[in-house]
Design a protein around this ligand. Sequence first.
Ligand SMILES: *Cc1c(COP(=O)(O)O)cnc(C)c1O
Length: 327
Amino acid sequence: MIDLQLGRMSPQAAEDLVAFDREHIWHPYAPMPAAVPSLPVVSAAGTRLTLADGTELIDGMSSWWAAIHGYRHPKLDAAVTAQLGKMAHVMFGGLTHPPAVRLARKLVDLTPGPLTKVFFADSGSVAVEVAIKMALQYWRSRGRPERRRLLTVRGGYHGDTFGDMAVCDPVNGMHHLFGDVLAQHVFAGAPPSGYDAEPDQGYLDGLRRLAAEHADEIAGVLAEPVVQGAGGMRFYAPEYLQALRETADELGVPLILDEIATGFGRTGEMWGCDHAEVVPDIMCVGKALTGGYMTMAATLCTAEVAGVISGGEAGAPRRSAPPRWPG
Ligand SMILES: *Cc1c(COP(=O)(O)O)cnc(C)c1O
């Protein structure tokens, strides 16, 4: 059906493909059937997508900020191909393998010093779920289960699963429809926009007041560092990130930074938190992590967070048990 030589399809074949897609494939953030038909991509290289009729488009969005090295990068293509000759995937329960260790080592090296424990996840949304669970389990392990709400800011986006929807912007996010079934977290206002803006003392006082009001029930402080991506690419001053770090310290709770959009140099520094010289206790990475080649993400945390969780009642067994098989 696809002419590999040209990377093109016949007009009829392309029309059939788009028609089937529209009838049967439910795309994200779109109704079913779609209001507008999807564009059929047959190949991609560098910054460009090639459509079925040969039209080339520049993908200025880099597949939602993931394809940071461009499409069909020769090094990435070669690495994927070489790996397929060994194995595509094995479960992580009780097993490990060289590429996972290489990647974890790289993440430990690249991220701020205290982040030394790596939990791999299969999407950014799941990485944020893991981070939320880490914060909650941290307090369960410390015998303070009433600490189960997160302090976050309005205008955030952290993914589309239920745990994540509860920390996305409660009004303008895509998830307000589900407001009545989501966990109820504590929301400060969105940090005032403007990277270079003078910090607003009123905002900072409000943040402190809110934290004090909920001091006994907050399990962690969560935000996207320096730029709120899905909230409209709102940049905010690094001082607000420092204020979030201070707030977490005053409450004695972990700071979780969602670096899924900002990580790997997307804001001019390797990590969004580098703008503020702030180090989180838990950090989520994703998107650019795989250059858009596959969906994968990771949640890193400090030895302190991992130690408390693993030392608690709810932690996994200390001695490694063989994996249990169903049935
Ligand atoms: C994209 C994104 C997520 C969700 O990642 P997925 O891989 O799409 O599930 C979470 N947080 C931020 C800041 C993101 O940009």
